[in-house]
Design a protein around this ligand. Structure first.
Ligand SMILES: *Cc1c(COP(=O)(O)O)cnc(C)c1O
Length: 337
């Protein structure tokens, strides 16, 4: 079975398991875990921020950022297809007390669309406290928001006096695809979340980075959310291994995604979103439903996911080599003809 449902399905490699077994550890809640501290410093440095904090999941790190930057009883501007809106079980409402104000009109957050959504100050209307962007944008097929556009989003947020949180679960991919450094992207946002359990291949984990001022209460917030961990250096060692070995090979995922997209584009009536990175979205013609394609692909030995009733998603990742990608392409082409 070739599993293209997500880049989260990667299993820790032998080298990663070895790094985990050998990790130097301490009690992170009591007096610090040396491997966790090393990871936090490394990611903060890569993003050009003062501090980083290791979280068990990207979802918890996103929610912590909303808590740190947002103000209860106000609005947060988010793209309508963003992870924070669609895949975090309404944590904005249930945990933080923020009302999402959805921005749409394009596959990713656009500066002009954001500006149009800003409410004029009024004693009768909600105030806003925060803007969130996502790069790469999962719901748009791993689409990159290039640096200039992210800077323009930041400028609109600045005009409105709002901080920006960047959900950069796959910012690694955006950086590799564009050559823009993580620090250049990082300079646009108050906080950035980066995930280790996607293309970097670690079992779990994310880091939230920001300035000393913004991160001052991050530790307390994580603890309140139940995220105070102990010998978490075992997990941080996997993340460090992912940074060292898997970050440099993300370009291969992008190349394989493009080859898959090109092959499927040749099939009549399929609309394939040209991938910027490692995610291929395919909009199906009326003769197919996503559920049906997922079932038939599985029977043919390839797992993909149904993104909605008429769209499937295939994701390239570190456990898929060239031969497997070519094999999956052939099988999927047959199913989709
Ligand atoms: C996966 C993902 C997250 C959440 O990460 P988890 O570690 O799975 O909780 C957040 N945002 C985006 C865009 C993601 O793809």
């Amino acid at each position: 079975m070739i599993d293209l449902r997500s880049d989260t399905v990667t299993k820790p490699s032998a080298a990663m398991r070895q790094a985990m077994a050998n990790a130097e550890v301490g009690d992170d809640v009591l007096d610090g875990d040396p491997t966790v501290l090393r990871l936090e410093r490394r990611v903060a440095e890569l993003l050009g921020k003062d501090r980083g904090l290791f979280f068990p999941t990207g979802t918890m790190a996103n929610q912590a950022a909303l808590w740190l930057l947002g103000e209860r009883g106000t609005e947060v501007y988010c793209h309508e297809d963003s992870h924070i809106v669609n895949w975090e079980i309404a944590g904005t409402a249930g945990l933080i007390g923020l009302q999402p104000r959805l921005v749409g009109g394009a596959p990713v957050l656009e500066p002009e669309a954001l500006r149009e959504k800003l409410r004029p100050a009024s004693p009768h209307a909600p105030r806003a406290s925060l803007v969130c962007a996502e790069n790469t944008h999962n719901g748009a097929g791993g689409m990159v928001t290039p640096l200039a556009k992210l800077q323009a989003i930041r400028a609109v947020a600045d005009e409105a006096g709002l901080p920006l949180h960047l959900d950069g679960a796959r910012l690694w991919n955006a950086s590799v695809a564009t050559g823009t450094s993580l620090a250049e992207f990082g300079a646009c946002a108050e906080t950035v979340m980066l995930s280790f359990s996607k293309g970097l291949g670690a079992p779990v984990g994310a880091v939230l980075v920001g300035s000393e001022r913004v991160m001052a209460k991050a530790w307390e917030t994580r603890k309140r959310f139940g995220g105070g961990m102990r010998q978490s250096g075992v997990l941080a060692a996997a993340a460090l291994c992912g940074l060292e070995h898997n970050l440099p090979r993300l370009q291969a995922d992008h190349r394989r995604a493009k080859a898959l997209a090109d092959a499927l584009s040749a099939i009549a009536d399929l609309r394939v979103v040209a991938p910027d990175t490692n995610i291929v979205m395919v909009d199906l013609p009326a003769r197919h439903t996503a559920a049906d394609v997922v079932a038939r692909a599985k029977a043919a030995g390839v797992q993909v996911s149904a993104w909605n009733a008429s769209r499937i998603r295939a994701v390239l990742h570190g456990d898929i080599d060239d031969a497997m990608a070519a094999d999956a392409t052939a099988r999927l082409s047959e199913v989709l003809h």
